[in-house]
Every structure is written in C-alpha cells, then in structure tokens.
Design a protein around this ligand. Structure first.
Ligand code: S3P
Length: 447
C-alpha cells in the first residue's frame, strides 16, 4: 500500500470580497478517459487542457505500464501513442492508483478482457473502497479477481483470454462501474449492454463515439440502455478537455458565501449529467449566470458569472443526485450559511467516496458550530446567519472535504483549520494559488 505523504495542515480565515477570474483545471473524469482511450487507440491522441492532478498522473503512469507511450509536451498538453483494443501488455510491477477510484476502476475494466494479469493498489483511502462493484461484472466477461475481503485492494485481476460479451444492469448509479463494463466490452466479441436506471455522467459514451466505436444509447422504460459493439478499431483523436464543473463549484460557492464577491469562471463544462449543482444553486437563489454558452471538444461549456447572494435552504431534488454527486460536500458547507434548512436525500453513494462524506461533513460542520442531522442516505444542514467556525476539521484523505471547509472558513466568524490539505493535489493542484488570486485568505498552517 502506498502512503499519501506527510499531512499538510491548512487554515482559511474570514476574507474580504472575492473578485476576478478563476481558471479552474481540466475535468478529472474526462482527463482519465482521454488517457485510457488514447492508450486503446491506434495512432497519436493529442490532449489539451489535461488535469495534471495526482489522480490523473497516476493513470498516465499506469497507461505506460500497460505499453502505451504517454508524453507531456507542455502544461496540459499531452500525447498518447496507443496500442489498440486488446493490445495492452502485462505490466512488470504493481499498478498504484494512489487516491483515485476512477483511475483504478476504469483501468481494471480496460484490461479485464485481455489475456494478461495485473495487481492494483492505492493509498489508505482507496484501499478501503469497495471494488466488488467493478469486479462482479468483470468476472462475467471471464476475468478472475483475487482481492482482499470485500473485494478490496490490493487486488489481482487476470484478464479473460476468451472474453464473452455481457448484459449488465447497474445495481447502483455509478459512472465508474458503467465505464469499466464498457471498456471491458471493447475487447469482447459481439454486443456488450449496460443498463442504468438513473443517468450518470456520460463522458465514456461520448468519447467512445468520438474515437469511432459503435455505441448507441436508448431511453427505455427499463432505463438507459447502452449498447457497444465489441472489437472496434479505435482511431486516435484530439481531445480538448473542458474545465471541471466539480472543481469550479469551490470558487463558485465561496463567492456566493463571501459578502460583495463577484467572480467569473470561464469555460466550465455544462454537460447535463454534471450540472446538478448549478441548478441547485439557482434554486437556492444564487446570482449565477451562464454566459456565452458554446460547445468545446464535444461538451457544452459556459462562462459562469457569480455574485455573492443571500441563499435559502431547499430540499434538493433526489433525482438530481447523480448529476451532482461530488458536489454535496461543498453544498453542505454552503447550506450552513443559507437561511433555513437544506435537506439532501438519496446520497448513500457518498458513504463510499474518498471518505464517508456524509459522516465527514456532518462531524466537520458540527465542530464549526452548525446543527446537522444524518441518516444512512441523507444529510440535513440547518443554516445560520453566522457560522462560528474556530475548529479543526478532519479531512480523512479527501480533497473535497478539505476544499469545502477551506471555502467555509472564508465566511465563518473565526478561522477554520483542516488537519490535512495535501489531498487537494489529487484534483485541484492550483486551488491555493487560484483562491489567493481571488482574495481568499487560505494558507498552510506553518506559513
Ligand atoms: C466518476 C464517477 C463518480 C464520481 C467520481 C468520478 C467518473 O463516481 O464520484 O468522482 O469519472 O466516472 P461513481 O461512479 O462511484 O459514482
């Protein structure tokens, strides 16, 4: 098991207005997929705007270990020379995916129908997370999985020598599981079918189509039926990665919380499977305008103009959960500053993210003087005119918990400390610099 380095305590202090332009990094989900599909293609895939967070760098390293040539040419500019569908070589060493559930689950899918074996591991957070949700369908293709109890990492996967296609209904809303099955289906003959009851992020389907795979999506009474024809020859494509709506949510919510703020966040993906947080913020009364909507790299994008707003608590529509699953931590922090109560239901999946995010947010908010209630699959936050703060919050190796409390600290009465901000580098390495540029007082504890 890899560690995750020394803890990095950080502090957010009450700050003046946030002003300026926040250029958030490339989308994490799309960045992983661009590297993996590039590695499974013939020819050179040129990527611009790649997120250079640790999670994605770990996937780049893994793609090299499976035989692809992955090169960085400049900031965000990368190329991948792929080995083609079914062309993965057996890695010499263990594949360490660090903190990344997306990385490990998609890569397991991508190798599961090739006649090679690989052993996967991660950091203390990733090695606690459930992998059975991915290995269960991969075994149906003919792969074999040998993990720790509960299917946890470290885990060895032996790819199927003679894969068979699979028809699989997702037991939970998960784009990672859907993507793992589709990537495995690439090297199985015939049609692999995935059925999802709730739509989850669709970047894999979009990108597979862009790389020349035959893939159809049909809305039926049973749910979304995604059909992939196996053994295509994927053709390398240029990929322009849009900016990450999940990362954008941090400066956006910080600006909403801090008096007199007015910021612009340009070029953020508005993919309808990802934009639930922005609809929710508008329902809460946010002064949030999507300017200049356009299409970039096959994804709808817009510039987000955000001004400080007095928000009201709401009941977040449950059917929106999948489209904002990573944004509940920052929403819970924001809800603490809203008038009235915010109820978030149908969020059981948060318990198996980088940390148990319902528990991490509930304990952190309580420490900051906020009243919360939780059930197995819900979180209720009672907003208050002034959040007291003045606490140290445990982040549990979870980047989004760290960033959520650092944003809340800007609007609290007393500073909020987080015990470890180092995981922020997995998804948003420039967070500190970007927030400082807007006027936020976020520092390392020993600065
Ligand atoms: C992701 C899917 C989601 C999300 C994660 C990224 C992806 O996870 O939470 O941050 O890129 O497919 P689940 O598939 O577990 O819902």
């Amino acid at each position: 098991m890899s560690g995750h380095g020394p803890a990095l305590p950080m502090i957010a202090r009450p700050s003046g207005p946030l002003r300026g332009v926040a250029e958030v990094p490339g989308d994490k989900s799309i960045s992983h997929r661009a590297l993996i599909l590039g590695a499974l293609s013939i020819g050179e895939t040129r990527i611009t705007g790649l997120l250079e967070g640790q999670d994605v760098l770990d996937t780049a390293r893994a793609m090299r270990a499976f035989g692809a040539e992955v090169t960085q040419h400049g900031p965000g500019a990368w190329s991948v020379h792929g080995v083609g569908v079914g062309g993965f070589a057996e890695p010499d060493g263990v594949i360490d995916c660090g903190n990344s559930g997306t990385g490990v689950r998609l890569i397991m899918g991508a190798m599961a129908t090739t006649d090679i074996g690989a052993t996967f591991t991660g950091d203390a957070s990733l090695n606690k997370r459930p992998m059975g949700r991915v290995t269960d369908p991969l075994v149906l293709f003919g792969a074999q999985s040998y993990g720790r109890r509960g299917g946890r990492l470290p885990l060895t996967l032996i790819g199927a020598a003679q894969p068979v296609p699979v028809r699989y209904t997702l037991p939970m809303p998960s784009a990672q599981v859907k993507s793992a099955v589709l990537l495995a289906g690439l090297n199985a003959p015939g049609q692999t079918i995935v059925i999802e009851h709730e739509p989850t992020r669709d970047h894999t389907e979009r990108m597979l189509r862009g790389f020349g795979a035959e893939i159809s999506v049909e809305e039926t009474p049973e749910g979304r039926v995604i059909t992939l024809t196996g053994q295509p020859e994927l053709q390398a494509q240029p990929v322009a990665v849009p900016r990450d709506p999940s990362s954008a949510a941090f400066p956006v919510c910080a600006a909403l919380m801090v008096q007199n703020s007015d910021i612009l966040v340009p070029g953020v993906s508005q993919n309808p499977t990802r934009n639930g947080i922005y609809l929710t913020l508008q329902d809460m009364g946010a002064d949030l305008v999507m300017e200049n909507p356009r299409s970039e790299g096959g994804e709808p994008v817009a510039d987000l103009r955000v001004r400080h707003s007095t928000l009201k608590g709401i009941e977040v529509p449950q059917d929106r959960a999948a489209s904002m699953i990573d944004e509940y931590p920052i929403l819970a922090a924001l809800a603490a500053t809203a008038q009235g109560t915010t109820v978030m239901r149908g969020i059981r999946e948060l318990r198996v993210k980088e940390s148990d995010r319902i528990d991490a947010m509930a304990r952190g908010l309580e420490a900051c003087g906020v009243r919360v209630e939780e059930t197995e699959d819900s979180l209720t936050v009672h907003g208050m005119a002034q959040v007291p703060g003045g606490a140290t919050v445990r982040t549990h190796i979870d980047h989004r918990i760290a960033m959520s409390f650092l944003c809340l600290g800007l609007a609290a009465e007393a500073p909020i400390h987080v015990d470890d901000g180092s995981p922020i580098a997995t998804s948003f390495p420039a967070f500190e610099a970007l927030m400082a540029g807007l006027g936020a007082a976020i520092t390392r504890a020993n600065d």
